[in-house]
Design a protein. Structure first.
Length: 614
């Protein structure tokens, strides 16, 4: 199993830990210390040694920060984690605040009197974050002090070591582009930014650039490493040599100078003297800004130059994505067929999630499942209405008659990353469930069928997915789509379809198309396929070129939840064409039993006939 279903740990009665940290604060002459949920490289999943906030507070959620003062400890979490935080921290020691309405920098600005020196670890905050903290400190006259070393690390006796998992080469057959070619593109980016150096800090960018993968963190096949790109010269790659075998070492030696991670500050100081250095203000640790400036270099604030080329998949990566999706679809569809066979009331959320993972693991072939892409969201009834639900032994519930079951999952294969959500009727759905599902489906189809000219951004398309819901006074509180990596992070920038999606959509980008609807305490609905941006060749006699999406994900959409009377002819046509394609592609890949189910599940729907279940 690539996941576990343990309940969040009981509160750590952490007075000793807080006391130890406060003693260090006293020695260092600090009135306040910032403790973010972050590692040095902004990873979505933190390595165990970077779980400093969890160690200190007991809170194990995936986002948050804390301020420790001499007599207060405040934990900041977003709405998803309010209840969990209250359960996990010791209420005698901690107070919980909103990370959204009143984050640490705002809280500091409002508490001027007793806080004159605020300490932080510059390796755990980006330049933009430090900018916000600095303006808060300026407001109150406090001093914001970058610390050498981390006070939590000093107090944490049994802190785990940095992960050192082996590195694998991502072969040209899957990567589709040589590192030397990618480095040439980086050189051009440095030239146009007038930079001599660029520190690449995002492990996804490093892995993409050097065609390597690893398993230092859960669910994202990255290895922890940094690179210094140099205009016109080979880059320096900082990676623990114990992670490299003879083959990977030889491979990387051809395209870089290899160094141990500990050498990074010294090397950067040497190279940055009088040099213009590119740093991403939202990704790079602020410590890099300090190193560059102390060395007499100048910082050029610019987006990580690997982000956009990484997002635009090449033909080999696109073909890999199609193959990975086909393999994944065979597993998903076998799972959906199995799910339908189960007696109502006999299945719970954890059993269902485990079964899905085992279907994926069994779809071995030459490209076995390397990991799941994230912890499976397996939510029935009211649990389905919790957007980022993670089932645990405590929350686990049985799938009951009349409920909706939401399953959001993904796989990591060497040729691609998948992410799919299906919402399934358990027994007979209500009118209201069918109406809401059909509206969500119409939004999904609107994205699938969208045609748009060059220059269109994700934020321009986002309303298309919401309009059918908006027309009925409904909406959902998350983005419509996120970027997805190629055997990398399942949440990849800069592309997205959301209110904040300012990146122009370009052919080769992969995104999710996942509108939803959530009725608290009752049910949740999401329909998610991954889509590829490509030129639209199906328009005749148009004036200008258009782009559109090719859907990559294949799996039946539950027709028991669709009310065809609410759909247009074009929408029904899309649905029937999609199901026809799913059936043709999957028929050769699944068992006879699954095929029997698949044929029924993909039967064409007609407007003037009652739905199959009625
Ligand atoms: Zn998903
Ligand atoms: Zn997704």
């Amino acid at each position: 199993m690539f996941q576990n279903f343990d309940a969040p740990k009981a509160p750590v009665r952490g007075r000793n830990r807080l006391d130890a940290v406060r003693a260090l604060m006293h020695e260092t002459k600090l009135d306040a210390l910032l403790v973010p949920h972050a590692d040095e490289q902004r990873n979505e999943y933190l390595p165990a040694n970077a779980e400093r906030l969890a160690w200190l507070s007991g809170f194990t959620g995936s986002a948050g920060e804390a301020i420790v003062t001499i007599d207060q400890a405040i934990l900041f979490v977003d709405g998803r984690y309010t209840l969990q935080a209250a359960d996990q921290v010791d209420p005698d020691l901690w107070q919980v605040e909103s990370l959204i309405d009143n984050p640490a920098h705002k809280w500091l600005a409002a508490h001027p009197s007793d806080i004159t020196t605020i300490g932080y670890n510059p390796w755990l905050h980006t330049a933009n974050e430090v900018g916000r903290l600095q303006s808060a400190a300026d407001k109150t006259g406090a001093v914001l002090r970058a610390l050498d070393g981390d006070l939590i690390d000093n107090a944490w006796n049994d802190q785990p070591a940095q992960p050192r998992q082996p590195v694998r080469i991502q072969p040209f057959e899957q990567a589709g582009k040589l590192t030397t070619q990618k480095l040439e593109d980086m050189d051009a980016a440095l030239l146009s930014a007038d930079a001599e150096l660029c520190v690449v800090t995002d492990p996804s960018s490093i892995c993409w650039l050097f065609n390597i993968r690893g398993s230092d963190v859960a669910h994202t096949p990255i290895t922890l490493a940094h690179a210094i790109l140099r205009r016109g010269e080979l880059p320096l790659l900082f990676i623990a040599s114990e992670k490299l075998d003879i083959e990977t070492k030889a491979f990387l030696n051809q395209v870089s100078y290899l160094h141990e991670p500990g050498e990074l500050p010294t090397k950067l100081t040497e190279l940055a003297q009088n040099a213009p250095v590119m740093l991403d203000p939202d990704l790079a640790a602020y410590a890099f800004t300090r190193l560059v400036e102390e060395a007499g270099g100048t910082v050029i604030k610019a987006a990580d130059p690997a982000r956009l080329p990484r997002a635009i998949k090449n033909d080999v990566e696109i073909e890999g994505a199609r193959t990975a999706h086909l393999r994944d679809a065979a597993a998903i569809t076998s799972y959906l067929a199995w799910l339908d066979e189960q007696k109502i009331g006999s299945l719970d959320e954890i059993t269902a999630a485990k079964k899905l993972e085992s279907f994926r693991s069994e779809m071995a072939g030459n490209m076995p499942l390397r990991d799941i892409a994230f912890d499976t969201i397996s939510g029935s009834g009211p649990n389905g209405a919790i957007v980022h639900y993670r089932v645990t032994q405590n929350s686990n519930r049985t799938l009951e008659e009349g409920e909706l079951y939401l399953s959001d999952s993904g796989g990591q294969y060497q040729d691609g990353t998948t992410d799919i959500t299906r919402t399934i009727a358990i027994g007979t759905p209500s009118r209201e469930q069918r109406r809401a599902f059909t509206l969500v489906l119409r939004g999904h189809i609107a994205i699938a069928l969208a045609r748009f000219p060059k220059g269109t951004r994700g934020m321009d398309l986002d309303p298309l997915a919401r309009m059918p819901l908006w027309q009925h006074g409904m909406d959902y509180a998350h983005g419509t789509g996120h970027g997805v990596g190629s055997y990398l992070s399942v949440h990849e920038g800069p592309q997205s379809i959301s209110r904040r999606g300012a990146q122009e959509l370009l052919p080769g980008m992969i995104l999710s198309n996942e509108p939803g609807y959530y009725r608290a305490g009752e049910f949740g609905i999401r329909i998610e396929n991954l889509v590829l941006v490509r030129e639209a060749s199906d328009i005749q006699d148009g004036d200008i070129a258009m782009m559109g999406f090719e859907t990559l994900t294949l799996a039946p959409i539950d027709q028991r939840l669709i009310d065809p009377a609410l759909m247009s002819d074009d929408e029904l046509h899309w649905l029937n064409a999609y199901h026809g394609w799913v059936r043709r592609k999957l028929e050769p890949l699944v068992s006879d039993e699954t095929n029997d189910w698949l044929r029924r599940a993909t039967e064409p729907m007609l407007k003037d006939l009652p739905p199959a279940s009625a």
